[in-house]
Unconditional design. Structure first.
Length: 343
């Protein structure tokens, strides 16, 4: 069906601006892993970054006076280029719906269009968020659909994707000792401390019900530790602050509720320069470069939304969101994931 932009009702530039603001609000309200893989807009269809081990470096050597300093070696790093996949969604405005709205004011119709824009933006946000979870949990960006499949492996060390030798379903298991072991692995690999311990509410409860965290009362009896007591104990052991993350989408849990993650400290969802872990790249679609969208070159990267209408019967309308995006790990070993409970 031939369609044209329905700019008389709302311009694509206005609708795109509204959609991007809605995306920020939605992620802020739901909680987002963009705090660890922040959003980065690029005028391209590729993510280009330096991949390396952001960890210990070669020591310098002492020298005698008047002697030249010894030459050091650069940290082994490589330039990576990843083609960003396209993502989008269409929400139809049927002939019947338009007929029902024929006596509505322009403001009422615009409000419906804005609600539709929010829906397609949330659909894209949820899918990108779930891919962020896949990347952090597995060290790979894996998409396996009937119509599209990729697997970008970011090369995380096997020692950073582990399962506890004794799962925390058993209250007698020493949780604190295992967390300290994970901390040692992270520190030995990277030469720095993690900044966040990310877990589900289920994992936190399992942590709190461990025997070593229980409060023993004089005269007998015990009580599980409170959340505050758990956090204080972890802090005293040198572990980073806990972030509780339990977001779900239609596709399921973003992060399985039986794992915990050691990650760098959270940053603003747009502060991609504030972390060495990686970023969520948002590329530039062909749609955004359409002259009818009237987007300045600096505004073209990122999600875009337009309202279209058929120019022949049944003249159905469509709200269409279009984007190119993928989260990536630039320094994959700055993440460590441990399965601590049965699925």
């Amino acid at each position: 069906m031939a369609t044209t932009l329905w700019s008389e009702l709302i311009t694509p530039a206005e609708l795109t601006g509204y959609a991007r603001a809605a995306l920020e609000d939605y992620e802020a309200s739901k909680g987002t892993l963009a705090a660890f893989l922040p959003n980065r807009e690029v005028p391209d269809i590729e993510a280009r970054f330096i991949k390396g081990n952001k960890g210990l470096v070669e020591e310098a050597s002492f020298r005698a006076f008047d002697a030249e300093p010894e030459e050091g070696s650069r940290e082994p790093r490589s330039r990576v280029r990843i083609e960003l996949p396209a993502i989008g969604q269409t929400l139809k405005v049927s002939e019947w719906a338009q007929l029902r709205a024929r006596n509505a004011t322009d403001d009422e119709i615009r409000n419906q269009v804005l609600r539709d824009a929010e829906q397609v933006v949330r659909a894209i946000a949820d899918r990108i968020e779930r891919l962020r979870g896949t990347v952090l949990v597995t060290g790979k960006a894996t998409i396996d659909q009937e119509n599209f499949a990729i697997e970008d492996d970011f090369g995380r060390s096997a020692s950073h994707t582990v399962t506890a030798p004794q799962l925390w379903d058993d209250a007698s298991v020493d949780r604190l000792s295992y967390l300290e072991t994970l901390l040692d692995v992270y520190r030995d690999t990277n030469g720095e401390e993690p900044g966040a311990l990310v877990m589900s509410q289920r994992v936190l409860r399992a942590l709190a019900t461990g025997d070593q965290f229980k409060t023993v009362f004089t005269g007998g009896g015990t009580r599980d530790a409170t959340q505050e007591q758990v956090f204080n104990t972890l802090s005293s052991a040198g572990l980073p602050p806990v972030t509780i993350y339990d977001r779900k989408t239609r596709g399921g849990r973003v992060i399985p509720n039986n794992v915990l993650m050691l990650l760098p400290a959270a940053v603003s969802p747009t502060d991609w320069q504030g972390t060495d872990l990686g970023a969520t790249f948002w590329g530039q679609t062909l749609t955004s470069m359409d002259d009818r969208y009237k987007l300045a070159p600096s505004e073209q990267p990122g999600i875009v939304v337009g309202l279209f209408r058929g120019d022949r019967p049944p003249m159905a309308g469509e709200t269409i969101a279009d984007a190119i995006a993928e989260p990536v790990l630039a320094n994959a070993d700055l993440s460590l994931v441990a399965t601590v409970l049965a699925a």
